[in-house]
Design a protein around this ligand. Structure first.
Ligand code: PLP
Length: 486
């Protein structure tokens, strides 16, 4: 047995040391996962708020009444900026995934209350966030992923509407989608859903606190009739620490179905709007404090900075020979792929580019090519999320993006065949934990606990392997990371 006991100073010293190995959460060098307002005082305020509610149990807002006040005010703020009337109500969840899960569960239960039986369908473009795949899996819906244009990543309203039917419990569209930053055709889809009596969720997890302040957008929120729920993450462009999102529904009765309530056990009555029981109020309190500190003007100012930086980066990337921006991005996200209109020697593979940009000190996110229903392939891309802190480093970042492209222009993409050829034969047996670990080790992955320096070959492997095998191997990789040593 390890003796875990240590002195507080040593414990914190060790944590400090572990944290130095992390990707930097501040300064704008990581263009995904972290949302840096660039305002140190906002982080300090959030930390103070977290400390104040640290011992609170958010499970019971009748015992810890502060929790109800914080949640009411956060929901009210988000409802206002998303043009919700007084019939729009909601809750704070622990994150985008929980908001998406609950949007699906609520729609499924309302569909059943309207008389639906059997397995309902969940309808969405293939670009919808993976959280909806998880929701369909958890809650027993048949997920129907509708193909998008394989060049622009855009879905047409008619492609969704023509699949409507009495068994559709929910249609989900995004504002914008994470992979390609496309703003789905909310007005057309929501109007048709309303006419068909189908619930319509707008996933604004990433856009919800920034698009309200973006210029030149069509209506996409509760201003559109037929939109029945919206998710918006506080821990993205709400600049809050992780663990906070808002899920809003139009109509009290629709929202009440989200709750789980039971008095049928010998303990305290359980009445939960969200998935967890006992829960932290930390991210809620931090979100609340940040909202009051920024106000709508503060959010607008930060969004304007994101918009300027995004325009600047779009111009930079569009000027790079061999690369192309996918579709017409809306909001502070960009997906970049190869410009296939130039000769191969002038093309830039987005994954080689991302790996090379990393050599310059910036972390972009590699997204694999996937085949969609109908057989067409969506391009492999590299993703950038732009935050307020980007503006201060825009010149350096643009220079790195251009230099890296020059360095890998003409380098052929890693093909799945290349990486698959290097693999030991995959037996017929289902991969168990040891076999999976053996394969990972043979690929030079997982043993030291880390990922390779260059990610392009790993992404090519994900593209080339049958999805079930890639998923099994990645599960093993992640699971081994947290296995106790020895
Ligand atoms: C981030 C995101 C989610 C999921 O959110 P998590 O907070 O990571 O759980 C869902 N949808 C979209 C569009 C997102 O960008």
């Amino acid at each position: 047995m390890t003796d875990f006991a240590a002195e507080p100073a040593d414990i914190l010293e060790r944590l400090r040391e572990l944290r130095t190995a992390d990707a930097p959460t501040h300064g704008g060098h990581v263009l995904s996962y972290v949302y840096d307002s660039g305002m140190a005082e906002l982080d300090e305020l959030a930390a103070s708020a977290v400390r104040m509610v640290q011992p609170v149990n958010g499970l019971d807002p009748t015992t810890f009444t502060s929790v109800a006040v914080l949640e009411r005010e956060v929901v009210g703020f988000v409802r206002d900026i998303l043009h919700g009337d007084s019939d729009v109500v909601g809750s704070v969840t622990t994150g985008g995934t929980e908001s998406c899960l609950l949007a699906v569960k609520t729609a499924r239960d309302n569909w059943r209350q309207r008389g639906g039986t059997g397995e309902p369908r969940l309808l969405a473009p293939v670009t919808v966030h993976a959280a909806f795949q998880k929701a369909a899996h958890y809650f027993g819906l048949a997920l129907e992923l509708v193909p998008v244009d394989s060049i622009t990543g855009a879905v047409t309203a008619s492609a969704l509407i023509e699949r409507f039917g009495a068994d559709v419990a929910l249609v989900v569209i995004s504002a914008p989608s994470y992979p390609f930053a496309g703003l789905d055709p909310v007005a057309e889809v929501a109007a048709a859903a309303l006419a068909a009596g189908i619930d319509c969720h707008v996933d604004a997890c990433i856009g919800g606190l920034v698009l309200p302040f973006w210029t030149g957008l069509p209506a996409w929120d509760f201003a559109v009739d037929g939109v029945t729920s919206v998710s918006a993450d506080l821990h993205k462009f709400g600049y809050a620490p992780k663990g906070a999102s808002v899920l809003l529904h139009r109509g009290r009765d629709r929202q009440r179905t989200q709750y789980f309530a039971t008095t049928r056990w010998p303990g305290y009555p359980v009445v939960n709007p969200t998935i967890l029981g006992s829960k932290s109020a930390a991210a809620l309190a931090a979100s609340w404090a940040i909202i009051h500190a920024l106000g709508t003007d503060g959010f607008a100012r930060l969004a304007a900075s994101c918009e300027r930086s995004t325009s600047g980066l779009l111009a930079t990337i569009e000027g790079i020979e061999g690369l192309r921006v996918v579709g017409s991005p809306v909001g502070p996200l960009i997906a970049v792929t190869t410009d296939a209109s130039v000769e191969p020697a002038r093309q830039v593979d987005p994954h080689h580019w991302a790996d090379q940009v990393r050599e310059h000190g910036w972390l972009l996110q590699l997204q694999p090519s996937v085949e969609q229903a109908g057989g067409t392939r969506l391009p492999r891309t590299t993703h950038l999320t732009i935050t307020p802190v980007t503006e201060g480093v825009l010149t350096e970042l643009s220079a790195a993006l251009m230099a890296a492209a020059d360095e890998v222009r003409g380098v052929p993409p890693v093909t799945p065949a290349e990486v698959l050829g290097a693999l030991p034969p995959l037996g017929d047996n289902a991969l168990d934990s040891d076999a999976s670990f053996g394969l990972l080790t043979a690929m030079g992955l997982g043993a030291g606990g880390g990922l390779p320096e260059r990610m392009a070959p790993l992404l090519a492997l994900i593209e080339g392997l049958p999805a079930a095998i890639a998923e099994r191997l990645l599960t093993e990789l992640l699971a081994r990371l947290v296995e106790p040593v020895g």
